[in-house]
Design a protein around this ligand. Structure first.
Ligand code: GLN
Length: 531
C-alpha cells in the first residue's frame, strides 16, 4: 500500500514548497522507493492554462496534455518522474466533478456540501495515484498558505486521511523564520502561530521545515520543537542555498528522509550517496567560463520562462560553463537599438508567447540572429517568428504574418487549422501534450537527437502553413521535423547557419537536471563555440 506525505506551507508564500517536495521525492528515490508528486491548488480555475504568466508564472504541460502549475516542472526535473493530469488538481476541477455528479444524479436525494462531498472528492483524488499500486510514496503538495479561506477543505481532507491512514501518512509543514535586523534576532513566533493554525484544523505537523536566511542554533530548534510538539530531529532548517540543487543534499544531511521513514515505521538503512546529483553540483560550482544567452520575450518576470531558464542552466553546467541569461524585452526593441541590445550575446532564445504584444521586436531579433549568424533557438511562438521573418525578408512577403496576429493577412505563413477554427472555449483546447515527430534523415536535428522518431510536448493553436513548404525549402529554410500523422511542420532550420533552429513544440518541458534536453545541450555548446 502506498504511503502519503503531505506538504503544506505557512506564514508566507514562495517558500519553495515545490523544491522541498521534489527534494523529498529525490531522497526517497535514492533509497530505492517508487514515488510520485502531485500538486493540489486551491484556486477556482480548472487549470492554470488560461492564466497570465504575471499571475502564476509559467504554465507547465504534462505528456498527456494537462496545463499545470510550474512546480510540476521541478518535480520532473529533479526526479525524472513523468507526471500526468492526475498529478495536478485545482479546487475548480474538484467542484466541477462534484457538480457533474450531482447533475447526473449520483447523490440523488442528498444535499451536496463542502463536507463531506467536496472533502471526499479531494480525498479520492489524493489517493488516486496511490491506488494504482505503482508507487511506494505519494507526495502531495498543497498550494497556497495555511489560513487562506480556500485551503480549508484541503486541510480537512488531510486531517481525515491522517486519521484513517495512521502511520502511513506524514504531515510536513514549511514555515518562515524571519530575521529582524534591528534586533539581530531570528523570530520563531510566526512558526508557532502557523502550527497553531494547523492544530486548529486538527492537524499536528510531524515534521517542520524552517526557511531561514541565517543558521538556527540547536537552542532555537529546541524551542520550536517544544512549542510545536515536534521531535527535535524533525525540526529541520532550510537555509538559503547557492542554488536549489543543494536543497536535497542539505535535507539529507539533516536527516529529513530518515525522519520521514522513522515516523512511518520503515527501517532507515544506510544513507544513499546521491553520486550523480553531487557530481552535477560540483560541476556547477567549479565551472568558471561564462556563456551569455539573451532571452527575447515579453514577460519581465523570472518565473514566466522557468523551464527554459532551467534547461539553459543545466545544459550550461553539463557543457562545463556558467550561463548568464539576460532578459531582453522584445517590446522595446526597434531598428535603432537592436544591434546594441543584442551585442555580446553568444546565443539568443526567442521565447514562446501569445498575442501581438512584443512580436515585432522578436522578429527583429530573429533577423539580427540570421544576418549575423548568432546561434538562435526559437521555441513555439519563437519558431513562428522565425518563419514570419523569413517570409518577410527572404521570400519578399512583407505583409506575412500569423493568423493569430492578423486575421486578414494575405500571406498567412502561420495559420489556424480546421479543427481549431470553431473553438468556443479557450480552456484546454489548444494542441496540448506529446505528439510524435519524424526527423529528416541526415539533418542536424536527427544527429542531435541521435534518433529519427521523437515525441515532444506542445501548447499552441497555430501552425506552419504547409502551402509554403516548397518556397521555404528552396530558399534555405528546411522543414526538418514533421508530424507523421498530420504532416504538420514541427521543426524548421537554416542549415547554412551556425545554429538556427525553431521548434513548434516546447523541448524545455522534457529537460531534466541530470539529462538536459539534446537541443538545449547542442544550442548551448554552439553558443560556447561562437564566443
Ligand atoms: N501563440 C502561439 C500559438 O498559439 C504560440 C504559443 C506558444 O508559444 N506556446 O500557436
Amino acid at each position: 500500500m502506498a504511503k502519503y506525505i503531505f506538504v503544506t506551507g505557512g506564514v508566507v508564500s514562495s517558500l519553495g514548497k515545490g523544491i522541498i517536495s521534489s527534494s523529498i521525492g529525490k531522497l526517497l528515490q535514492a533509497r530505492g522507493f517508487k514515488i510520485t508528486i502531485q500538486k493540489f491548488d486551491p484556486y477556482i480555475n480548472i487549470d492554470p492554462g488560461t492564466l497570465n504568466p504575471y499571475e502564476h508564472g509559467e504554465c507547465y504541460v504534462t505528456v498527456d496534455g494537462m496545463e499545470t502549475d510550474l512546480d510540476l516542472g521541478h518535480y520532473e526535473r529533479f526526479t525524472e518522474i513523468q507526471t500526468t493530469r492526475a498529478n495536478s488538481m485545482t479546487t475548480g476541477r474538484i467542484y466541477k466533478s462534484v457538480i457533474d455528479k450531482e447533475r447526473r444524479g449520483d447523490y440523488l436525494g442528498k444535499t451536496i456540501q463542502v463536507v463531506p462531498h467536496i472533502t471526499d472528492e479531494i480525498k479520492s483524488n489524493i489517493k488516486y495515484l496511490g491506488e494504482t499500486g505503482d508507487y511506494d510514496f505519494i507526495i502531495t503538495e498543497i498550494g497556497g498558505t495555511i489560513g487562506d479561506i480556500e485551503s480549508a477543505p484541503f486541510l480537512e481532507a488531510i486531517r481525515q486521511l491522517k486519521w484513517e491512514l495512521g502511520h502511513d501518512a506524514v504531515s510536513i509543514h514549511l514555515t518562515y523564520v524571519p530575521y529582524l535586523k534591528a534586533a539581530d534576532e531570528l523570530k520563531t513566533k510566526p512558526t508557532q502561530h502557523s502550527v497553531k493554525e494547523m492544530l486548529s484544523y486538527g492537524i499536528q505537523p510531524d515534521i517542520l521545515i524552517l526557511r531561514t536566511e541565517k543558521h538556527l542554533d540547536d537552542h532555537m530548534r529546541m524551542k520550536v520543537a517544544g512549542f510545536c510538539n515536534v521531535d527535535l530531529e524533525c525540526v529541520i532548517q532550510s537555509e538559503d542555498m547557492p542554488s536549489i540543487y543543494e536543497v536535497p543534499v542539505n535535507m539529507q544531511r539533516q536527516g529529513l528522509d530518515a525522519a520521514i521513514l522513522r515516523k512511518m515505521g520503515i527501517p532507515v538503512g544506510e544513507t544513499p550517496a546521491l553520486g550523480p546529483w553531487r557530481k552535477f553540483i560540483e560541476l556547477r560550482n567549479t565551472a568558471t567560463d561564462i556563456v551569455r544567452i539573451g532571452l527575447v520575450g515579453k514577460y519581465d518576470l523570472q518565473d514566466a520562462y522557468k523551464s527554459i531558464n532551467e534547461s539553459l542552466s543545466h545544459a550550461a553546467t553539463h557543457n562545463h560553463h556558467k550561463v548568464k541569461i539576460t532578459f531582453i524585452n522584445s517590446e522595446f526593441l526597434d531598428e535603432s537599438n537592436i544591434a546594441s541590445q543584442l551585442a555580446g550575446q553568444d546565443g539568443l532564445v526567442i521565447c514562446p508567447g501569445f498575442g501581438q504584444r512584443g512580436i515585432e521586436g522578436k522578429i527583429l531579433a530573429v533577423r539580427y540572429a540570421r544576418e549575423n549568424n548568432v546561434p538562435c533557438f526559437g521555441i513555439c511562438l519563437g519558431m513562428q517568428m522565425m518563419v514570419i521573418e523569413f517570409a518577410r525578408n527572404v521570400l519578399g512577403y512583407t505583409d506575412a504574418n500569423s493568423r493569430e496576429m492578423d486575421e486578414k493577412t494575405p500571406h498567412n505563413v502561420i495559420d489556424i487549422m480546421e479543427d481549431q477554427k470553431n473553438i468556443s472555449n479557450m480552456g484546454g483546447t489548444m494542441r496540448l501534450g506529446a505528439y510524435g515527430c519524424t526527423l529528416r534523415k541526415d539533418s542536424r536535428v536527427a544527429s542531435i537527437y541521435g534518433n529519427e522518431n521523437i515525441r515532444e510536448r506542445h501548447r499552441h493553436r497555430y501552425e506552419f502553413n504547409n502551402k509554403y513548404i516548397d518556397e521555404y525549402e528552396s530558399h534555405g529554410m528546411q522543414c526538418v521535423g514533421r508530424n507523421p500523422e498530420s504532416d504538420l511542420v514541427e521543426i524548421v532550420e537554416i542549415p547554412e547557419l551556425r545554429w538556427f533552429v525553431g521548434t513548434q513544440f516546447h523541448p524545455e518541458y522534457q529537460s531534466t537536471v541530470l539529462h538536459p534536453h539534446p537541443l538545449f545541450m547542442s544550442f548551448v555548446k554552439e553558443a560556447i563555440n561562437k564566443k
